[in-house]
Design a protein around this ligand. Structure first.
Ligand SMILES: Cc1ncc(COP(=O)(O)O)c(C=O)c1O
Length: 382
């Protein structure tokens, strides 16, 4: 049997990983500033994370949600403490798309309404509703088409206001990334998020903060939406939550009440996933990784801003993007093959940095030296 060929892949096989480094099957070492797509939060194969999972594996890996699972209660308490949303309620699932799917569904249960507001360049996942609120027709099959989604321009307060004035009574939820990831590292304005909050309050809609990529401490605050100083009604999370172990969730504000059987999952919140997620939060707290994300992120942004050729350096903490002009279009490829550094991208010309929150300053310095070297080689070839 062949693999179903849905991804363009780099010709490299990674067999080992530690901290911010990975190694291929030939023993070559790479600096990982991509974090396996923003997934590696505390660093690859962190010893505490490995130990927590191993110890749990020896006890019990899985049993269904029909029994008490104290690890889920422990995880909810820890997540409440580290995120500062102690009065929220946690529902666990397995992926970012599933988290968004459940959030959108729960919002509709709560309001009894159907319409959703989403934004240009959004990415929320591949399942039915998640892809319907994603602004990329290539990911949507005919069966995913729906009249329930209204797309508005990102960061346009007047358009949002006008839409609520026209359709307010029908709007179930607004779903927004605090920083758009796949869309190219576009930061939601604090005032736009505050406007979203006040319009949702005025019209009784649910504010869903997609924090799958921009959450879990990556920006220096637990949720990047926190920069706006207002709370969302539902936060969705995945990626960094398990540091590579598949675990995801939504946290739901106290005024939204659960009802038996409306949401559910077989694997979500299993013992092993909870152990991995607890290990991540313990390390984020113990090693002060949000502070590190601010410090190393600032260094990277300052240095990148001083490099001629790179444009629109943007982002927060360790979620950074910049535009690469046409004459440097091979930069990402050359960083990988010449300098052995993984970075992310966003079409058509954005390089994205999504490293572990434990990225060391000296690794960031190495990256800056490497990118300068590659830019000067490319410039000489012009
Ligand atoms: C903002 C955002 N939401 C949702 C998703 C979907 O997550 P998953 O691939 O785990 O379903 C992603 C994945 O890249 C994402 O960046």
């Amino acid at each position: 049997m062949n693999l179903f060929d849905v991804y363009p892949i780099n010709d490299v096989t990674i067999v080992k990983a530690k901290g911010s480094y990975v190694w291929d099957d030939k023993g070559e070492q790479y600096l990982d500033l991509y974090g396996g797509h923003a997934v590696i939060s505390i660093g690859h194969t962190h010893p505490h994370w490995v130990k927590r999972i191993e110890e749990q594996l020896e006890k019990i890996a899985f049993y269904s949600n029909s029994i008490k699972i104290p690890l889920q209660v422990e995880l909810a308490a820890k997540l409440g403490k580290v995120s500062g949303k102690e009065d929220y309620q946690l529902f666990l699932c397995n992926s970012g798309a599933e988290a968004n799917e459940n959030a959108l569904k729960q919002a509709s249960f709560h309001t009894g309404r159907k319409k959703i507001i989403a934004f240009s360049k959004s990415f929320h996942g591949r399942t039915s509703l998640a892809v319907a609120v994603t602004d990329n027709k290539n990911y949507s099959a005919p069966v995913n088409e729906t009249d329930n989604v209204i797309f508005l321009p990102f960061n346009d307060e007047d358009a949002l206001q006008a839409c609520f004035e026209k359709n307010g009574k029908e709007i179930s939820s607004v779903i927004i990334e605090g920083i758009q990831g796949v869309g190219g590292i576009n930061v939601a304005d604090d005032s736009f998020l505050r406007k979203t909050r006040s319009l949702c309050d005025e019209y009784g809609a649910v504010y869903i903060a997609d924090s799958v990529q921009c959450g879990y401490g990556r920006t220096g605050k637990f949720f990047s939406h926190d920069f706006a100083g207002v709370n969302a009604d539902i936060y969705t999370m995945a990626k960094g939550m398990g540091n590579g172990f598949p675990v995801a969730g939504i946290i739901v504000a106290p005024h939204i009440k659960p009802k038996h059987f409306q949401l559910g999952t077989t694997f979500g919140g299993n013992h092993l996933a909870c152990a991995a997620a607890l290990a991540v939060l313990e390390i984020i707290e113990e090693e002060k990784l949000m502070g590190n994300a601010v410090m190393v992120g600032k260094y990277l942004k300052d240095e990148l801003s001083s490099i001629p050729g790179l444009q629109n350096i943007r982002g927060r903490g360790l979620m950074i993007g910049f535009d690469v002009p046409e004459e440097l279009k091979d930069l990402k490829k050359n960083l990988l093959w010449n300098q052995k550094i993984f970075t992310g991208e966003a079409k058509p010309n954005v390089i994205r940095l999504l490293p572990s929150l434990a990225l060391k300053k000296r690794d960031a310095e190495q990256f800056i030296d490497s990118i300068k070297e590659e830019i000067s080689i490319l410039s000489e070839q012009q």
